[in-house]
Write a protein that binds this ligand. Structure first.
Ligand code: PMP
Length: 336
């Protein structure tokens, strides 16, 4: 295996034993937090940079510029260090301090900017694009609409899940930020077996659940969620080509996600972030809908390390009105 880049992918598939027992189904999580940069986004980061190199958009010593809520930036910053590129990251200023600090430690130039909607020219993505336009030998990797992101999952995550389950998989569910993971894995699994069911899992403040349930109406975004890195206000290019393959949608409120953060720690020893917890809640719901004995797979996107000053802080949980969602016997884990 060659360096950082060679260590990306081939993550384990973990059986979540307590949830299997509870549902009478087989529930598995793909341990993407075990990628060398700590999240599912290492795969996309590698693919968007490789594509830029292949297309001649970036040459040695060049600069990679991206708009990202954090994990893509962290993946890009690692890959840039490993390959000798500079890295510039624009992110909404609502993201955790841990992610900003880590990006800086990895040598990235970080620009936290006001969190404004995509149609506002000051949105972090447009700022990233304009920065790349101003610089020589610089590429805006455009994770939301660059389908090299989806291809990472079509060519790696999907095939790994298929092999690890010996093709015995009944359902797949996960949430979306760019939609790359959901679309790539879905396309691969459905090509292998069109009977595999796929549900999109959506947090508060995202429009995709309503889009799906209304037969394709895009509503205004309203509300927000503690699940950083997921939720979407539009159908990205990464998702657009495959959204017709998705069978159903699940809405997962923050109360359920935060409870699952603490349950997975207590029952499985897994220290995972809120988007992962949401995915696991969705997998349990999907298993219930498909009926007993079925095998459902989801994505364990990243660890809690990036969010611990929030997710394990009593004060923060109180501010978000979520303390009551954590059962009494699990409150011993609230140590900050
Ligand atoms: N979970 C976390 C923590 C993330 O950072 C992201 C990516 N923003 C996702 C899930 C969603 O992945 P994707 O962009 O492939 O939809």
């Amino acid at each position: 295996m060659e360096g950082f880049v060679g260590a990306i992918g081939n993550t384990p598939l973990i059986r979540l034993k307590t949830l299997c027992k509870e549902t009478g189904s087989e529930i598995y999580g793909k341990a993407e937090f075990m990628n060398p940069g700590g999240s599912v986004k290492d795969r996309a980061a590698l693919y968007v940079i490789k594509e830029a190199e292949e297309k001649g958009l970036i040459k040695p010593g060049g600069t990679v510029i991206e708009g990202t809520a954090g994990n893509t930036g962290i993946g890009l910053a690692h890959v840039c260090r490993a390959k000798g590129y500079k890295c510039v990251i624009y992110m909404p200023n609502t993201q955790s301090q841990e992610k900003i600090d880590l990006l800086k430690m990895l040598g990235a130039e970080v620009h936290p900017v006001p969190a404004v909607p995509f149609d506002n020219p000051e949105n972090y993505n447009h700022q990233a694009r304009r920065h790349a336009e101003r610089l020589e030998n610089a590429v805006w990797t455009n994770q939301f609409d660059n389908t090299a992101n989806r291809r990472a999952h079509l060519e790696t995550t999907g095939p790994e899940i298929w092999e690890q389950t010996n093709g015995q998989i009944d359902g797949f569910t996960c949430s979306t930020g760019t939609g790359g993971t959901l679309a790539g894995v879905t396309r691969f699994l459905k090509e292998k077996n069109s009977q595999v069911k796929v549900f999109i899992a959506d947090p508060p403040g995202s429009v995709l659940y309503a889009y799906f349930k209304s037969g394709g109406k895009l509503m205004e975004r309203s509300g927000s969620s503690i699940t950083e890195g997921i939720g979407q206000g539009r159908v990205t290019d990464n998702l657009a080509g495959d959204i017709h393959l998705i069978d159903d949608a699940l809405y997962i409120p923050d109360e359920k996600s935060i409870e699952m953060v603490y349950r997975l720690l207590d029952e499985e020893g897994l220290y995972i972030g809120a988007s992962t917890a949401l995915n696991v809640v969705a997998a349990v719901e999907m298993a219930k809908q498909l009926g007993p004995g079925k095998k459902v797979v989801t994505i364990l996107c990243d660890g809690a390390y990036r969010y611990q000053s929030r997710l394990f802080s009593r004060k923060w949980l109180e501010t978000k009105n979520l303390l009551g969602a954590i059962p009494g016997h699990l409150q011993k884990y609230i140590v900050l």
